[in-house]
Design a protein around this ligand. Structure first.
Ligand SMILES: Nc1ncnc2c1ncn2[C@@H]1O[C@H](COP(=O)(O)OP(=O)(O)OP(=O)(O)O)[C@@H](O)[C@H]1O
Ligand SMILES: [Mg+2]
Length: 381
């Protein structure tokens, strides 16, 4: 498959979760719609105070899993435990969560005040307490003064902040967010992303956010759950997901990745055409077709092509295009090996040393510690 063309991402360097008590356990949860399996034997533990993102392509089961946790969808098999209590069979109103949906989150016929107060009224909280709590929540999401407005008079970002205040009103133990930012434009989304993250850290509320936006997941989550076709492909910190993808699918779904067709060799080797390449340890049998995955920013280019040209084991490539992307230049190279292409991201400060031009022959170095081998054809989504 061709390399994906997104830019390198900044990976959240958030410390590992502070708490170690389990908030939610998901044990062997499956969901079938007729003969279709939307969730297949999901097992996951979420810690108290953690911010977890469910990340994966459209249709992989993210919303179904979130709805199952909320009790809005009943699992076909498996068990859910929240703070040690089996909630598998409880209706939504008997579970402890607040939820924000992707769109149509607010009651259009209720003012901001009444939207936020909704859950509190249902619980027959006394009026003075409701007034205080709504004021406190609107201050929390920077919307003090908007009490009397109707949702239609608010921007998309403001509406989602009201929805967030409403979800937090009853002080739920668990906050569930289903793509809360996807309907917003990029600038508002970026701003609200940091607001939600800061709010969550301040309140310490255990949070699960569904997203198909890898950048959102990488920047916000303590841990990311990467899903595909109803199964969990990998659970890990943003850095682990980015730097040590457990499968070719995870490698292809997150960030940019080159996949080169190679033949597996013993130990830490692969053959790219006739050129041996060192890679991380792998379990693929010698002689088997495989794909060597390496991120564009890990590929090193140098000018020594002429000197290395006749040296065994040297990898060369011809520059076929150069894209200026600000902080770095994205260089596409054609390898002599089966006419495969490789993308290298060269930091702008280094690119002047190479004086890059189309048609140039460059030496390529694929650092072994950044080169991973996966079975051939396993990266399809
Ligand atoms: N009520 C339903 N009846 C039948 N099939 C359903 C139902 N709800 C979901 N599905 C199917 O289950 C699969 C997972 O759906 P889900 O909504 O969980 O995906 P998702 O990961 O949230 O995708 P998106 O990113 O597009 O929101 C899809 O193939 C969907 O068509
Ligand atoms: Mg969804």
């Amino acid at each position: 498959m061709p390399p994906t063309m997104t830019s390198p991402l900044s990976v959240s360097t958030a410390a590992t979760p502070r708490a170690t008590t389990t908030h939610l356990s998901i044990d062997g949860v499956s969901k079938r719609f007729g003969s279709f399996t939307a969730l297949d034997n999901i097992a996951l533990e979420i810690q108290e105070g953690e911010f977890v993102c469910f990340l994966g392509p459209s249709g992989c089961g993210k919303t179904t899993l979130l709805r199952t946790i909320a009790g809005l969808t009943r699992q076909s098999a498996g068990r859910l435990t929240q703070r040690g209590k089996d909630i598998s069979m409880l209706p939504p109103q008997a579970r402890d969560f607040g939820i924000v949906f992707q769109s149509y989150a607010l009651f259009p016929n209720l003012t901001v005040f009444n939207n936020v107060a909704y859950g509190l009224r249902n619980r027959r909280v006394e009026r003075a307490r409701i007034n205080d709590r709504v004021a406190e929540l609107l201050a929390l999401v920077n919307l003090t003064g908007s009490e009397a407005k109707y949702p239609a008079a608010l921007s998309g970002g403001q509406q989602q902040r009201v929805a967030l205040a409403r979800a937090l009103a009853t002080e739920p133990g668990l906050l569930l967010l289903d793509e809360p930012l996807s309907a917003l434009d990029a600038r508002v989304r970026g701003h609200l992303r940091s607001q939600i993250k800061a709010l969550q850290a301040r309140l310490g509320v255990t949070t699960i956010m569904v997203t198909h936006d890898q950048e959102e997941a990488l920047t916000m989550a303590d841990r990311i759950v990467v899903m595909n076709h109803g199964v969990i492909e990998q659970v890990g910190t943003p850095a682990a997901i980015y730097h040590q993808p457990a499968s070719a699918f995870v490698a292809s779904f997150i960030g940019s990745m080159n996949f080169l067709e190679v033949t597996a060799q013993a130990n830490r080797q692969a053959l790219l055409g006739n050129t041996p390449c060192a890679c991380l340890p792998h379990t693929i049998a010698v002689g088997q077709a495989a794909q060597l995955a390496i991120r564009p920013e890990a590929v090193a280019l140098s000018l020594q092509a002429r000197a290395l040209k006749h040296q065994a084991g040297a990898l060369n490539g011809e520059v076929v295009s150069i894209e200026f992307l600000g902080a770095f230049q994205r260089v596409t190279l054609r390898l002599p090996e089966d006419h495969q292409t490789l993308i290298a991201d060269v930091p702008s400060r280094d690119s002047s040393k190479l004086s890059l031009y189309v048609g140039q022959l460059l030496a390529i170095h694929l650092p072994a510690e950044a080169a991973r081998l996966y079975a051939a054809g396993s990266s399809q989504q």
